[in-house]
Ligand binder design. Sequence first.
Ligand SMILES: [Zn+2]
Length: 574
Amino acid sequence: MPYEVTATRKRPQDFEALIGQEFVVSTLENAIKEGKIAHAYLFSGPRGVGKTSSARLLAKALNCENGPTAHPCGKCESCVNITKGSSVDVIEIDGASNNGVDAVRAIKEEVAFPPQSSRYKIYIIDEVHMLSISAFNALLKTIEEPPEYVIFIFATTEIQKVPQTIRSRCQQFHFQLISQENIVKCLKSAAEDLSIEADENALYWIAKEAAGSMRDSYTLFDQVAAFSEGHITLEKIREKLGLASADAISTILRYCYSGNSKEAVEALDDLFMKGSNENQIVKEFASFIRTMLLYKEGIRRKELLGFDESDLPKDLISLYSKDMLETMLKAFLDLYRDMRYSISPRFELELLISRLSFIRFLSSPASISEKLSTIEKAIESGKFEIERKNVSIPLSIGMTIPQKKAEDITLAADNTQPYSAPQTTVQPAEQKKKQLGDLKDLSRALRAEGLSSEARYIDSGVRSFTFENNVLTLLMTTKLATDMISRSKGRIERILSSLLGEQTVLNVSTYREEEKKYSAEVEYLRSFFRNTEPYEIKEETIRHESKPVRDDETAGHYREQDEGDEGGDFEDNG
Ligand SMILES: [Zn+2]
């Protein structure tokens, strides 16, 4: 016997064998029993779920020499010919390739002749939605008043593309996706027919891949059976089809959670080396994360999860919040859709994996937006805490004092944290400090010299200041304030010098510049929302490897920062 693909071999030959379409089957059977035979049927539903098979079964039922009967004999000439596809009275037309008005005209001419050897002349038009509008119009007349012996059976995957005028003249049947249990049942029987052993989880995998389509399931089954050497297992499938194993995906997700983007991207590279391609990897990730999400929702049904409960990494699932899983699933689904327009799907995938290493900060748009507004409020109110543990900031911004001198000053101060915030390193001379006071004397002197707007900015635009070695460093709250003061720098320096009785240098900078160096996380979030210039860390200002997620931090980090009770800014100096 010649080799036959499983989908053909297992094509249902009677209504009982039609799996998963119980409603359609019972309605058709009853109609035939009661002799209520319509002149046009419209079968709609997803691909590979039995529409064409049902059309042929219906043709058999109507034309069986022992019929019309809900149980065609399968042995008479008509049944045999329909099974072989050689019945002269059952005409199958592919709507996709015969979609013009000419094809329909040919049908119209043909229907004038009665069937040659059967009860009915049956036209099965597959993919009927592909017909052109004029073809539909030409068809309409024939469906409205067909000769008694003519029956049309239309099949379509896209019912919404079939004009309402056609639909309303047909008896409609909607076919459903086939459940994984039913598909697995059929695959088991197919494996038995071929004397092949098949692990259940391997068959579930096939069913899941085929997404409810029986035909796709059989096709994939044939492919898998071909390399499985008599025993189909999930391991063989993964190996031969280059699929990422659940373990490999878990490993990458673990790296992502702990913020190890380097390791995560390297583990991804391993998958490529083992022969997986971008599409498969993205699909496997999406499917695995979906399973994690479903499990998190409390779902335990194996056919929904697609995995044995015992195979799931419960600790990993408990690490990720529902928000995170949803964000990740969406990211992979979006990526799958976008990949075909990408110059390099692999780059896109690496980028996504790398981004997932920030997952704890990407948890959900709502929570990020909340965090951002907290940060913004902190910036506005001027309460901003310096991340001391990991970030070391220079003595002041734009300072002219050479580093060596700065070190000298450090020695004089509380130097438990050298090179940290200025107030711990700088103690202005008592006298000068008194003279500067809270800068009120300076602003008064400026007013007296006619610099009243500059004086205003000194009164209200200074966030903090330091005075050391005859350098007054002002940290302004806004760029505008900085510009206003800088514009009159020379005059202010002269006034300042005469006020203090010594040559004094003025340095001005804006607080925002400072802020950038405080927290890599904050900068990441800002650049993520693209509301600031790109994130940039200068080596001399930050002396640690800038890794946005650190083990010693948690998501609560921002809340702690907002409370800002620790110093680290310049305020205590004033
Ligand atoms: Zn028959």
